[in-house]
Write a new protein. Structure first.
Length: 222
């Protein structure tokens, strides 16, 4: 199955005071990655539903919401109901990931499952059919600007092999330390959806950087 490369800039690296401006600077991106943190599941606090609703209103491209929060069954459907195209929650935050995925789907959004670096993927491989995206974190979640963890590529390969073997249409996303160098590594190991924050928003022209990253990944995807 031919794979499509998606570049999803993370607004965690944008200028929060000029967020609408920065969103318009990435109008050529595939989706905009919105990190929702609750200062409990991860030691940082970012956006809530009101902010995400406003981002949705002005972004101009679909929202890829990443919930780094406790109790996703309670909160995830609300974010999906705001119009987000995709809502991803953490496997470590729930005892019933299938219920959370079903609740997200019921609101019309794609459901994604995220895994911290220390979380093995094997227990979730048999559940792949219930998800539209698997997010392999390539940094510890909670803060932007961290270094890419190349040892996560074995996990990416494992997910890719299972997705391909079962013929699933599941996006395989990596998030953390993605730049012109590391995107090549992640693409070669099977990722097709890339979250890039600092690499995009600290570039002289974020839109140009999005195109460069997409082209680099497209050349190395198998």
């Amino acid at each position: 199955m031919a794979r499509t490369v998606r570049i999803n800039p993370s607004i965690l690296a944008a200028d929060f005071v000029n967020l609408e401006r920065d969103l318009h600077r990435i109008a050529n991106a595939d989706l905009v990655h919105v990190d929702v943190m609750d200062n409990h599941f991860v030691p940082n606090l970012t956006f809530g539903p009101q902010m995400v609703e406003r981002i949705q209103a002005v972004a101009g491209i679909p929202l890829d919401v990443h919930l780094m929060i406790e109790d996703p069954l309670r909160w995830a459907p609300g974010y999906a109901g705001l119009g987000a195209a995709s809502v991803t929650f953490h496997a470590e935050a729930t005892d019933d990931p299938l219920a959370v995925a079903a609740a997200i789907h019921a609101k019309g959004a794609r459901a994604g499952l995220a895994l911290k670096p220390g979380t093995p993927v094997e227990p979730y491989l048999e559940l792949l059919g219930e998800f539209d995206q698997i997010l392999v974190m390539t940094v510890e979640p909670g803060f932007g600007g961290q270094a890419f963890m190349p040892d996560m590529m074995a996990k990416v390969e494992r997910v890719r092999a299972e997705v391909d073997a079962k013929g699933r249409d599941v996006w395989l996303q990596v998030d953390g330390g993605v730049d012109r160098t590391t995107i090549l590594v992640a693409a070669e190991h099977g990722a097709d959806t890339f979250v890039a924050g600092s690499a995009v928003f600290r570039a002289p022209d974020p839109a140009v950087e999005v195109d460069i990253l997409r082209e680099l990944a497209s050349q190395h995807i198998h």
